[in-house]
Design a protein around this ligand. Sequence first.
Ligand code: PGA
Length: 254
Amino acid sequence: MSADARRPLIAGNWKMHKTIAETRALLRELRAYPLPAGIDVVVAPPFTALVAASEELHGTAIGLGAQTMHEGEHGAYTGEISPLMLHEIGVRWVILGHSERRATCNESDAGVNRKVRSALAHGLTPIVAVGESEGEHRRGETHAIVVAQTRAAFANIEPDEVARCVVAYEPIWAIGTGLIDDPANANAVIAEIRASVAGLERARILYGGSMKGDNAAALMAQSDIDGGLIGGASLKAESFLAVIEAAAPRAGAT
Ligand code: PGA
């Protein structure tokens, strides 16, 4: 693996935001901006906007992600979207196991593992989200929870394949709240995640949870934080670009 295997990655998780027209408008703003060298940027719009997003991003360096997928290629799964369908339209990244899906769509650790394997088999890079709830955080269970989630997500996957994946550590209590984890603490948790599965020492591990332009530099200064999974701040060009700019000094440093 090349020396820049852990080059910074800033990924925007748009969640259930943006119509097709809004998607086109935001991506036109983003693609007009000269992105700093040495950073990977990904956006994950909702399914309905992915085809339009793929058109807008054609020929740019901005990667296209989906927010979830089914692990199967096709079949009687009403409402689901397969990795073949995503790959066909230019999607190359997929967020898997986001805490909102674990909480509201019954996503299990075993299901996340099936999806990670399927994504890898279909040429999609998984961005696997792990994180503890506020109660688990207060009870000092963070380490046990995130390590268990991480080991389950990558169970029986070869280290070289694991190294191609991305993990996002997102403390649930920090998502959408405006509160970030203390950068040094987040770094320590991410170091534990990195040490928990063979191959993750070469993989990118992101922080997520209220990461914005004004706190991104402190997070990106940490040794084990390779980027961010950005929700709210990814919905406007100005705030998303502020995070990308804050990550720029990290480019080439790993
Ligand atoms: P937030 O969301 O940046 O709005 O906290 C992050 C996420 O849920 O991925």
